[in-house]
Design a protein around this ligand. Structure first.
Ligand code: HEM
Length: 418
């Protein structure tokens, strides 16, 4: 299995990538795959080593890896200058996730001024209200397609609230976001440059408008946020950060919600246990993140030659840190292929990455998952998988997103008893 299938452009591994990760790791936790010459990091300690070494590893191609990759071969003992020369031509090059130090630190500080603990707390109140409102019609119908009926509108409305998008603009936002590009599709289309044009134009209007006419709202807070040295960012710099948060915070969370609710509906004893012992929901969420990591992995490119886990990595190598594989490394997690609610180190998972780019939205994703699960359990006495859509237990049919970046169900049909 190790070399037979093309993880990036083939469809064979979309449904169940885990045996592939295991077979890579069994051969070596740092192994070059032959189809696109990507060094696959599937071991936990090795993943940690790559994430922590920002001197050697650049995030310039963090989301897209080899597609399209750099326009020139990255040859030489030190390819730092080549990376700098060509980074602006790579997809998403204006977004924080592809920035390296020192630029990253400045933009990350700005981002953390938008997602303050206070703002997250205010947003959490909205999360519970939004969950209630969206569940209402689904529960009344007794059945629902959970991904489009709940998870997507929910994560969209939560981020809109976090960033203060005015209610009257939300429909247009939802339409505009539907036109965003397909990141990491196994179909091989490389992304257009800056697929977030819609968000950029909306947020530019908001931020510029609030700078001229401040109000008492979240957008005004964003418009007046400064860099750590006190200087005022350009409008476009604030806009980029807001657009990043908007784009990064949705599909990922949708997939977490899908995986969590699928398991709840598949496993009746576990569902009964969580109904009785609600305080175990946070642990359930962590184990879901470990077991079905919504982001399969992130890319890095080496500036100079190095070794990781004893394996030589030449300068200019594209590395994929496969979070989902590291999260099932038996050297770190006992019996990793078993979903275990009692696992004591589930929280060590790296579903949110590690190091300087570690996900700033993790508290929000956890809060969304918690509110969704609590409210579903509050309002139902039983949640089941629809046999009409997914087939009977033991012979289910599920379809997963055909991308090498995200792991998650495309749809999840449920039935509920109130
Ligand atoms: C379960 C849901 C989520 C998962 C699994 C997830 C996963 C990740 C991962 C793995 C990274 C690191 C990428 C890298 O190192 O190259 C990341 C970064 C990021 N995430 Fe999330 N994320 C989730 C939800 C969110 C939410 C809700 C938000 C917004 C509030 C968000 C905003 C971001 C941003 C802005 C970055 C870039 C940070 C930086 O480059 O410094 N994410 N996320």
């Amino acid at each position: 299995m190790t070399t037979e299938y093309d993880f990036f452009l083939g469809n064979e591994l979309v449904e169940d990538p885990y045996p592939y990760y295991r077979s890579l790791r069994d051969r070596c936790p740092v192994l070059r795959e032959p189809h696109h010459d990507v060094m696959m990091v599937t071991g936990y300690d090795e993943a940690m080593a790559v994430y922590s070494d920002t001197t050697t590893f650049s995030s310039a191609s963090s989301v897209t890896g080899p597609f399209p990759g750099f326009p020139v071969p990255l040859e030489g003992d030190d390819v730092s200058d080549l990376i700098e020369e060509h980074r602006s031509g790579l997809p998403m090059s204006d977004q924080i996730i592809t920035m390296d130090l020192p630029t990253h630190a400045k933009h990350r500080a700005l981002l953390m001024r938008l997602i303050t603990p206070r703002r997250l707390k205010e947003n959490e109140e909205a999360i519970w209200r939004l969950a209630d409102g969206l569940l209402e019609p689904l529960l009344a119908a007794g059945k629902a397609e959970f991904i489009s009926g709940f998870a997507q509108p929910f994560s969209f409305l939560v981020i809109s609230d976090l960033l203060g998008v005015p209610a009257e603009d939300q429909t247009e936002f939802s339409r505009g976001m539907g036109q965003a590009g397909n990141i990491g599709g196994t179909g091989g289309d490389s992304m257009q440059h800056s697929p977030l044009e819609f968000l950029y134009s909306q947020f530019s209007t908001y931020i510029a408008g609030r700078r001229e006419n401040p109000r008492n709202d979240v957008l005004t807070g964003m418009a007046s946020a400064t860099f750590p040295d006190g200087s005022q960012p350009e409008v476009i710099e604030v806009v980029r950060v807001a657009a990043n948060v908007f784009a990064a915070g949705q599909e990922t969370t949708v997939r977490l919600l899908g995986a969590a609710v699928q398991r709840l509906a598949e496993d009746a004893p576990l569902q009964a246990l969580l109904r009785r012992e609600r305080d175990r929901i946070p642990q359930f969420i962590e184990e879901t993140l470990r077991f079905e990591s919504p982001v399969k992995g992130d890319f890095r490119v080496s500036r100079t030659a190095t070794t990781v886990g004893g394996v030589d990595i030449p300068a200019g190598t594209t590395v994929m840190v496969v979070n989902a594989a590291a999260n099932r490394d038996p050297r770190h997690f006992d019996d990793p292929e078993t979903f275990d609610l009692d696992r004591t180190n589930a929280r060590h998972h790296m579903a949110f990455g590690r190091g300087i780019h570690t996900c700033p939205g993790a508290p929000l994703a956890r809060a969304e998952a918690r509110a969704c699960l609590e409210r579903l359990l509050d309002r139902t006495s039983d949640i089941r998988i629809s046999e009409a859509v997914h087939g009977p237990a033991g012979a289910r049919r599920y379809s997963y997103l055909p991308t090498f970046i995200l792991r998650g169900l495309t749809h999840l049909n449920l039935e509920f008893d109130s």
